[in-house]
Write a protein that binds this ligand. Structure first.
Ligand code: HEM
Ligand code: HEM
Length: 191
């Protein structure tokens, strides 16, 4: 059967700007590295000589995500996202906006809560062993507790949102035959 019969022909979609696409994939890559490092470092023996190095790497990548997100939000607000194809029902479009909004929240709240946990406890981050990032918060046990609690619980929300996000893309791509992925890869021609 032809892959482009009318019922299965993918809808051509508008794409995100190059800057937003690059920032999206860099951030996604960082997320897929920072989370397994977190799992590894939190399960390893804290007296292991390499523990501090893993924690510093986790924090460096985490703060890089914050920087990428700040740049991304400025880029996003100074332009506009390409409208979703009309074939996607209004309900799904609202769900996508909500999901994306929550992903942005995670991209801010995880690094900030991590920063509070670290700096509230007086542990400075040596960004990729290049330079030490200054503290902008006082040392305070309450900050450490608040930061650690937010960091811990939002981690679970991140897993749910990322899984939902990837599944939603696959659903539109494979079930509905709408080339949503092309919006983020820059592919303008339907598959
Ligand atoms: C988007 C960025 C980040 C993600 C997705 C992330 C994710 C995680 C996860 C899943 C854990 C394990 C769960 C937990 O024990 O809380 C963790 C632990 C931790 N993270 Fe992050 N993190 C990020 C950024 C940061 C940053 C920027 C810092 C510090 C500057 C940081 C500091 C920590 C610390 C100190 C722990 C260990 C807590 C413990 O030992 O119990 N994280 N992170
Ligand atoms: C394999 C992994 C991933 C794939 C295939 C993917 C794919 C996509 C696609 C196709 C879009 C465009 C959706 C649309 O136009 O409505 C998108 C948007 C978005 N993605 Fe991902 N993504 C992945 C991972 C991630 C991760 C890890 C995050 C962050 C935690 C993330 C955050 C976002 C956000 C916030 C948007 C909305 C962009 C905007 O409108 O400004 N993505 N993603």
């Amino acid at each position: 059967m032809s892959r482009t019969s009318p019922s299965t022909r993918p809808t051509t979609v508008l794409v995100y700007s190059t800057a937003l696409r690059v920032l999206h994939w860099l951030t996604a890559l960082c997320m897929f590295v920072v989370i397994p490092i977190a799992w590894y470092m939190t399960t390893m023996d804290r007296h292991d000589p390499s523990h501090g190095g893993w924690v510093n790497l986790h924090k460096s990548i985490g703060l890089t995500i914050l920087l990428l997100t700040l740049i991304r939000v400025v880029a996003r607000l100074s332009g506009s996202a390409p409208p979703l194809p009309e074939r996607i029902p209004a309900f799904e479009q609202r769900l996508a906006s909500l999901g994306h909004g929550l992903l942005y929240l995670i991209l801010f709240a995880m690094p900030v809560s991590g920063y509070l946990t670290s700096y509230g406890g007086g542990h400075l981050v040596n960004w990729f062993w290049l330079f030490t990032l200054p503290s902008v918060v006082p040392q305070d046990k309450l900050l450490v507790h608040l930061g650690a609690t937010i960091h811990y619980w939002l981690a679970y929300l991140s897993y749910l949102l990322i899984a939902g996000h990837v599944l939603a893309v696959l659903y539109h791509q494979l079930v509905q035959h709408i080339d949503i992925l092309g919006r983020m890869t820059g592919r303008r021609d339907p598959l």
